[in-house]
Ligand binder design. Structure first.
Ligand code: SER
Length: 325
């Protein structure tokens, strides 16, 4: 197994990418982690903590330029169009997610890279899947273009592992909740927005029903899972690009109740929209036994601890008049 030395992060301005880049810089050295984005301006922290470039993952030349310039040996490929935005523009979703992924795989081969980390999502599931404790191996019939690209991406990555011996790892992220960068255009975004609006307005209008249950994870666990999988012993991995991982599952009422313990006059109303059908097609909870066995995955955060931490961070920012930065 080769050592991780020079890292490229695509999608570094996104919800996960922004915090992952900072964590990678702390672990591997700031100058060794090259952050990239398509057009959104990076935060001051991201820009000032190490190299940042604008690239377009759908153009292999644009990515290759950075790979050559920095002698990149590892890619964390976080750039993707998420489920809700993808339904508004399925062709764009296919183009960014599929061509972006195959470009990274081809560059991984061409430059004999040490590691590619290419995430997947709960969106791989859909019709016919057991919704409770969804097993690692089960039917993959997504209802969104985002899900289609994630299923195809997993299979494509595993093909590059088997056919070319490339070292590729990926996990199926549940909804990720975080306080630093807002998610962009996913179905699970309500679980982040509810905290911001609880702090700002003490009221939230939710775009899925009160009884909607989805698997979720707090950002510190998401970062830990990503870093741990990246450093796991390749020889011990049976799976590669499609690990189930789980942390917590709750419905919106339970989420709202956890916030009400801190903000008693917080209220929620429900106005389900087109995202309800997407949420209903995804599991309630996930069986992550393979991740636990193969690379020691274990979550640390539950709903109550996450709510306390989220509200503390957002309230501190709100008091300084920069809730949304
Ligand atoms: N958070 C993503 C979405 O809602 C799921 O991976 O699209």
């Amino acid at each position: 197994m080769k050592e991780i030395k020079k890292i490229l992060v695509t999608g570094s301005v996104g919800q996960i990418g922004s915090e992952l880049t900072i964590a990678l810089r702390e672990k591997y050295g700031a100058e060794n982690v090259i952050a990239t984005g398509r057009k959104t301006k990076p935060s001051k922290e991201l820009e000032e903590s190490g190299p940042f470039h604008f690239i377009d993952v759908t153009s292999i030349e644009s990515v290759e330029e950075i790979v050559k310039q920095y002698n990149i040996d590892t890619v964390f490929h976080m750039a993707a169009i998420l489920s809700a935005v993808g339904e508004g523009n399925p062709q764009l979703c296919w183009n960014v997610n599929m061509n972006g992924t195959i470009n990274i795989l081809e560059l991984g081969l061409k430059y004999d890279m040490a590691r590619l980390v290419i995430p997947s999502s709960i969106a791989v599931w859909g019709k016919g899947v057991p919704l409770d404790n969804t097993p690692q191996e089960t039917v993959l019939k997504p209802s969104t273009m985002y899900g289609v690209t994630k299923v195809a991406g997993e299979i494509l990555c595993d093909y590059y592992v088997q056919r070319f011996g490339l070292d590729i790892r990926g996990l199926r992220y549940p909804g990720i909740i975080s306080s630093e960068t807002l998610p962009g255009g996913g179905t699970t975004d309500y679980a982040v927005a509810i905290y911001y609006e609880a702090v700002e307005k003490k009221h939230y209008t939710c775009f899925v029903r009160e009884d909607t249950v989805l698997p979720m994870m707090y950002m510190p666990d998401c970062i830990k899972a990503t870093l741990d999988l990246a450093e796991a012993d390749f020889d011990k991995l049976v799976h590669h690009s499609d690990f189930n991982i789980a942390a917590m599952s709750f419905d919106v009422k339970e989420l709202a109740d956890s916030i009400k313990k801190h903000i008693p006059d917080f209220s929620v109303e429900y106005a389900p929209d087109h995202r309800q059908a997407i949420a209903d097609s995804w599991p309630n909870s996930i069986d992550d036994a393979c991740a636990r066995q193969e690379w020691g995955w274990k979550p640390a955060w539950d709903l109550e601890a996450m709510t306390e931490d989220m509200l503390e961070k957002l309230e501190a920012r709100n008091n300084e008049g920069r809730l949304y930065r």
